[in-house]
Design a protein around this ligand. Structure first.
Ligand SMILES: *Cc1c(COP(=O)(O)O)cnc(C)c1O
Length: 367
């Protein structure tokens, strides 16, 4: 990076901070990929070069998440939001069965809303009345015996509520929106039917969604679906039915290269994330109520730390002062207010430490 380029500590919820080594590599090869003489944005998605990029991105995801051989890894457009519909179009529409939704925050609610357009949705649990501060216990779930699938959101980005582990749902396919914690920790992929994630939180730029789907579920996709919304067809075509978001997939390759080079395993990535989140929660917990965490401690997120201050004016002042010292995007989501620090994989420890020091100072001044 040029000496005169100053990067802030960017706590944006998404699109979010990316690892500097990945950005530098993209910058270095922006005008011409070595041996190609053109940018990755300027070459055919069916070229040997791009095919190698796509396969490397898939291989990296497979290695990091230890994806079993009977799963397919797809890169699709329309973000996580189109997956809300696509899951339901492929697995619910015409199935004659209900789909169960566990709602622990705003995104889960949106997923259920889209699914209702495709078939019968059973809300197995909804934390709305408690203002989304926790995840349900197993015995609180009202699961249907014959559900087409059970859908949950592993990490609710807006409320900062995270499942410590996936709910157990027996043989019913488990579908997970993992947009804001994918590749932040190991997960037993073999317990899932579908895992999907918009890339722009933890694995790359916007414009692409990663979808990991168990092969037998592909048989449920009806031929009457639009081609681009048909999992089976997209899997058969290796995500290349039409032109995929090539630059975004290239960035996912660089980001996953960085994860493998720096951490090697998701266990180590998770350790690092827990360390970062613990520092912030410690400041909140030791503030004598000046900072009030939103989620209940057992279910608070390692990715999105959410809290309130004693007044909205102080929250505004907090965000303003933080921004002025290079700690940016700390305003909570417009739907819930308060403050939020998104500390995805690429947020350096130094960024979190700087924020912690700022929070202590701010409390001294205004507490
Ligand atoms: C950001 C986010 C979405 C929406 O992602 P888009 O790619 O913008 O559609 C969905 N679910 C979760 C958990 C998110 O964090």
């Amino acid at each position: 990076m040029d000496q005169d380029v100053k990067r802030v500590f960017n706590f944006s919820a998404g699109p979010a901070v990316l690892p500097v080594p990945a950005l530098k590599q993209a910058q270095k090869d922006l005008l011409a990929l070595p041996g190609v003489g053109a940018s990755v944005m300027e070459i055919s998605h069916r070229s040997k070069t791009f095919s190698e990029i796509l396969e490397k991105a898939k291989a990296n995801v497979k290695t990091l998440l230890r994806v079993p051989d009977n799963y397919r890894i797809l890169f699709l457009q329309g973000g996580a939001s189109l997956q809300f519909s696509m899951v339901a179009m492929n697995l619910l529409r015409g199935s004659g069965k209900p789909a169960d939704y566990i709602i622990t925050g705003s995104w889960g609610g949106k997923a259920a809303k889209e699914a209702k357009k495709e078939g019968t949705v059973n809300i197995a649990w909804d934390g709305k009345n408690e203002n989304y501060v926790r995840v349900p216990d197993r015995d609180e779930l009202k699961l249907s015996p014959d559900a087409a699938y059970v859908h949950f959101t592993s990490n609710e980005t807006i409320q900062g509520v995270q499942f410590p582990a996936e709910p157990s749902v027996g043989d019913i396919p488990l579908v997970c929106d993992a947009s804001s914690d994918i590749l932040s920790r190991p997960i037993p992929v073999e317990r899932y039917g579908i895992i999907y994630a918009g890339a722009q939180k933890n694995i790359g730029p916007s414009g692409v969604a990663l979808v990991i789907i168990r092969e037998d579920l592909l048989e449920r996709s009806s031929e009457t679906l639009p081609s681009l919304l048909n999992y089976k067809l997209m899997a058969e075509e290796n995500s290349l039915y039409n032109t995929p978001p090539t630059f975004a997939i290239y960035m996912i390759m660089l980001v996953t290269n960085w994860l493998l080079d720096t951490f090697k395993t998701l266990e180590r990535v998770a350790e690092n994330n827990t360390k970062k989140a613990s520092l912030l929660y410690k400041v909140i917990d030791e503030s004598n109520g000046f900072y009030k965490g939103h989620a209940q401690p057992k279910w608070r997120s390692n990715m999105n730390v959410t809290w309130r201050l004693p007044s909205e004016d102080l929250e505004k002042e907090f965000v303003r002062e933080a921004t002025s010292v290079g700690l940016t995007e700390l305003k909570g989501h417009r739907s819930v207010g308060g403050c939020r620090a998104s500390i995805y994989n690429a947020m350096p420890l130094e960024g979190v430490e700087t924020l912690c020091a700022f929070m202590k100072d701010f409390q001294q001044k205004h507490g």
